[in-house]
Design a protein around this ligand. Structure first.
Ligand SMILES: NC(=O)c1ccc[n+]([C@@H]2O[C@H](COP(=O)([O-])OP(=O)(O)OC[C@H]3O[C@@H](n4cnc5c(N)ncnc54)[C@H](O)[C@@H]3O)[C@@H](O)[C@H]2O)c1
Length: 274
């Protein structure tokens, strides 16, 4: 308790999976948290549940203006910004021979634009404050073939590399920039978040989740499924002063997935979703 006392965080995609778990953990650890997303009803109900230390604001990370508005809202509500967690994302379709400009633009805006525009508006605030921590969710798909679709994997690799470059530039301002590469974390992204559409995301489906957790447990070297808290605790470390010497790093949290057989994820998706 209290590892984030006095800190203010902005978390994107905070109404489901890893984002929601991180919002809850950061509030428990003493932070004030603005969380964003497109699922307004879920966001407002979490906002009411968590009380005055958390505030939901609707924002679609496909739009620069909405990202700017969420940074402005954080400053207006809590007066500072110590941590930006660029978490929102979804898998994005697009095959080599049928790729469209639209699919390409969507994937890049959703997964790369969201991170870079988040930095664009958070950095001036953090510079003025004398430091901060920017965390972005990349993926094991950035590191290993077979972990995700074409555009998703390319975009996540861009997130990891852009974060390293940004971290090199921002170190002198005491702004740390790191990525987390999750793998095998049972969340709705596996069955509901495979489009950029708001209606398809944030779906809580207990039976699907049970099947997914069982399938991952059988396939991952660690012998259990990943859960959103596994990533939330990594984000807690990166947001806290415990990691004040850690920047430009990518922390892989995957239960051993990419050290083992890379085919387990496509196999599992094939078994579950045909
Ligand atoms: N679950 C995993 O194993 C895994 C693996 C690698 C990377 N990731 C990454 O972790 C992050 C969180 O994913 P998750 O697993 O918690 O999935 P999730 O589907 O539970 O959560 C993703 C959240 O992002 C939101 N979102 C999607 N598009 C958005 C947009 N345009 N604007 C605002 N919000 C939007 C969704 O509505 C949802 O709330 C993503 O960036 C994902 O790529 C997850």
């Amino acid at each position: 308790m209290g590892r984030l006392k006095g800190k203010v965080a902005l978390i994107t995609g905070g109404t489901s999976g890893i984002g929601e778990a991180t919002v809850r953990l950061f509030v428990d650890e003493g932070a004030k948290v603005v969380f964003t997303g497109r699922a307004e009803e879920k966001g407002m109900s979490l906002d009411a549940e968590l009380g005055s230390n958390a505030a939901f604001v609707r924002a679609d990370v496909m739009h620069e203006a909405e990202i700017k508005a969420s940074v402005d809202y954080t400053m207006a509500t809590y007066g500072r910004l110590d941590c930006l967690f660029n978490n929102a994302g979804a898998t994005t379709p697009g095959e080599i021979e049928t790729l469209t400009q639209d699919e390409f633009d969507t994937a890049m805006r959703l997964l790369v634009g969201s991170v870079l525009f988040g930095m664009k508006y958070a950095v001036p605030v953090m510079k003025k404050q004398g430091g901060g921590s920017i965390i972005s969710n990349s993926s094991v798909a950035a590191l290993h073939g077979g972990m995700g679709p074409l555009l998703y994997s390319a975009a996540k690799a861009a997130v990891t590399q852009a974060s390293k470059v940004a971290g090199m530039e921002l170190g002198k301002y005491k702004i740390r920039v790191n990525t987390i590469s999750p793998g095998g974390i049972a969340t709705p992204i596996f069955y509901g978040g495979s489009t950029a559409s708001a209606a398809m995301s944030d779906v809580d489906d207990a039976s699907m989740m049970g099947k997914l957790q069982g399938g991952l447990a059988a396939k991952l070297p660690i012998g259990r499924s990943g859960v959103p808290d596994d990533i939330a605790y990594c984000a807690l470390y990166l947001a806290s002063d415990d990691s004040s010497f850690v920047t430009t790093q990518d922390l892989v949290i995957d239960g051993g997935l990419i050290s083992g057989d890379p085919q387990v994820i496509p196999e599992l998706i094939g078994e579950m979703f045909g």
